[in-house]
Design a protein around this ligand. Structure first.
Ligand code: ARG
Length: 282
């Protein structure tokens, strides 16, 4: 656990992430179209990619905390889904698939030990929510609904966090979390693949984002939207040339940190790095 903070004169709020190391990372079940137990991750390569990602995030100015994964929970390396964290409080994730549901208590334990308070959530199986669906843009939260987060949970999030939540129904099962098709860049700009959402979702996002960088389904299939932004650095699993040019024209620095072993489980960088203050107001 360590801290490399942003420079004191940085105009951007500091970013802190929680990552989970890949001791027990594997593909032993298939809960999304990317996973096949016939294509298992390589242990050494997973460690190399994970260590490089930690180093890359720190070099961009982020603080990175980490905790170890546990046997029997091969998807723990994607802690973004264990909750929605903001202002030292969190909503515990309620996983859609039983294969992942025990991850939530381990994520919550780390957060509680580190001084985050849990926000109560009704004990209702219809209110399932995974953090990969919840993304801040400006003053609002976008919430992917359908595959992993229920529309009712999106409303409940708005109530308990006291923020506007804009639901974005996901219709393409390959992009089962919103963070696979939408990446906020700053308060005006975002990179996204509208073809993944219902028309209602497309209209809602169009209204919200003044300066979009629209990407194709093929570009999204590289996991380019599953990225995190630290200051002006976009840390990405892959970056097709057209996207790189557009980002650089806007003044961003692109840092590609390949996580190909993790893509075998259907997760990229945003899934691997839980934002410890989603709304960034603390
Ligand atoms: N295998 C994991 C799952 O299917 C991948 C998690 C991806 N997480 C994300 N935030 N997109 O749930």
């Amino acid at each position: 656990m360590t801290a490399t903070g942003p420079a004191a004169d940085s105009p951007y709020p500091p970013k802190s992430f929680l990552l989970c190391s890949p001791e027990h990372f594997d593909v032993t079940f298939e809960i999304n179209p990317w996973m096949t137990t016939e294509r298992r991750p390589d242990r050494d390569k997973s460690w190399l990619e994970w260590n490089a990602l930690v180093a890359g995030l720190r070099s961009a100015g982020a603080t990175v905390h980490h905790f170890p994964s546990l046997p029997g929970l091969p998807d723990m390396v994607f802690p973004t889904d264990v909750g929605v964290v903001t202002g030292k409080r969190f909503v515990r994730g309620r996983f859609r698939h039983p294969e992942r549901s025990n991850e939530a208590e381990h994520g919550a334990a780390w957060l509680l030990e580190h001084g985050y308070a849990e926000i109560p959530w009704p004990d209702d199986p219809a209110l399932y929510v995974e953090g990969g669906d919840v993304i801040r843009f400006g003053e609002a939260l976008l919430c992917g609904t359908g595959p992993r987060t229920s529309p009712a949970a999106a409303q409940q999030l708005s109530r308990v966090l006291g923020v506007e939540v804009v639901p974005v129904p996901i219709v393409d099962p390959r992009f089962y979390h919103l963070d696979m098709s939408f990446c906020p860049l700053d308060d005006r700009r975002a990179l996204y693949a509208p073809g993944v959402w219902s028309e209602e979702g497309q209209r809602a996002v169009e209204k919200l984002v003044p300066e979009p960088l629209i990407i194709s389904i093929d570009e999204a299939l590289t996991f380019s939207a599953n990225s995190v932004v630290v200051g002006r650095t976009v840390v990405m699993p892959a970056c097709p040339p057209r996207i790189r040019t557009a980002l650089e024209d806007w003044g961003f620095t692109v840092l590609v940190s390949p996580v190909d072993e993790f893509l075998k489980a259907g997760g990229g960088i945003r899934c691997m790095a839980l934002d410890l203050d989603l709304l960034g107001r603390a």
